[in-house]
Design a protein around this ligand. Structure first.
Ligand code: SF4
Length: 350
């Protein structure tokens, strides 16, 4: 992006920016509303601004390009998947899931990911770059524009590790929940992390009210290391302590995410070990039968075994649910649509 990224300025910063170019404060209110409430895609749509000001804005600033290149609508669930192209050709994906309580959008926080979780398609090509706050916001804005649906919940669980893009991620949270913008309640936002300990502690001190979801996936340090290279850097004990600190400081109960992989982490000893680490914690656990990824060898347990696993944990006093699979007919696993697009491009360019 050659010009300034206008959608990444928060309300106060936009005021300062407009003062810098000689515009009165009411103009910044109008422009902020166009960008973050009316979800304008182009300065020329801002019809209550003079033509001269629209041209001035166009000359100095850019509205981050997040352009839809593919939209898949599930036949089995009220779920849609979107592939977006960014200004530099990077591709990202986002998902809209409709629930009786409202619409939820799952966004990406990075183009690619460097965390290397073994069951994940998003990390196969590594990290290309961090997304800016505007690129995170505009995934939601574009979905609202394209579908006409109001989004009330946000999950930051698409491609990328949000705590590896910390400053942009926190700015995104403040902006998406700001009363001058979409004003989505922080309590309706969940962000998942693979366990970057120092940044969990930082996040706990930000004064935010979002839910933290910790990707656990293994109940012992050894099991976690098999599935998640990040465990080499941060020991399970430190990760759990950081989650406890998050709960103490924010009062928000942490969710533990557990991808169930057949024959790897769905055994009787896994139930024992999970019970040992979670029983005394005020938390919730989500079991996610792993989505098979073409490039990986992992398989999901059949639904009967997953249910037995869940029931045993419940009997041991763990608050647990199985996350129902959504949109499995439309490149279900995180990162698969983007991977398929990248592979098709390679073939095309040969
Ligand atoms: S699961 Fe999340 S953190 Fe792990 S590699 Fe995939 S995108 Fe990155």
């Amino acid at each position: 992006m050659n010009k300034r990224d206008i959608c990444s300025y928060d309300y106060e910063e936009l005021k300062e920016e407009m003062a810098r170019i000689g515009e009165p404060p009411f103009r910044s209110r109008q422009i902020y509303e166009w960008l973050h409430v009316k979800l304008a895609d182009d300065f020329q749509d801002m019809t209550n601004l003079s033509k001269k000001l629209r041209e001035k804005l166009d000359g100095e600033y850019e509205i981050a390009r997040v352009q839809m290149t593919e939209r898949q609508i599930s036949k089995t669930d009220p779920t849609e998947k979107f592939l977006f192209e960014l200004w530099d050709g990077n591709m990202i994906e986002s998902v809209l899931m409709k629930y009786p309580y409202g619409n939820s959008v799952c966004i990406s926080s990075q183009a690619g990911c460097r965390m290397g979780c073994r069951f994940c398609a998003s990390t196969i090509g590594g990290l290309n770059r961090n997304l800016t706050p505007s690129e995170m916001l505009r995934q939601i804005y574009q979905i609202q524009r394209l579908t006409g649906e109001r989004v009330s919940n946000v999950v930051v669980m698409g491609t990328g590790e949000p705590l590896d893009n910390y400053d942009n991620f926190v700015r995104f949270i403040r902006m998406v929940s700001d009363e001058h913008g979409l004003h989505i309640s922080q309590r309706s936002i969940t962000a998942s992390t693979c366990g970057i300990v120092p940044n969990i502690h930082r996040l706990a001190s930000e004064g935010l009210q979002i839910t933290l979801a910790l990707s656990l996936h293994g109940a012992t340090q050894e099991k976690r290391r098999q599935l998640m290279p990040v465990a080499d850097k941060y020991h399970l004990e430190e990760v759990l302590e950081a989650c406890d600190a998050y709960f103490r400081k924010t009062g928000r109960r942490v969710t533990f995410e557990y991808s169930l992989v057949a024959g790897v982490n769905d055994q009787p000893e896994d139930i024992r070990e999970l019970t040992a680490i979670l029983k005394e914690r005020n938390c919730h656990m989500n079991l996610i039968p792993v989505n098979p990824v073409k490039e990986r060898n992992y398989k999901k347990p059949n639904s009967k075994n997953a249910l037995v696993f869940k029931n045993k944990l419940e009997k041991n006093g763990i608050n647990v649910t199985i996350r129902r699979e959504r949109g499995s007919d439309i490149d279900g696993a995180c990162g698969q649509l983007r991977r398929r697009y990248a592979a098709a491009n390679v073939r095309r360019n040969r």
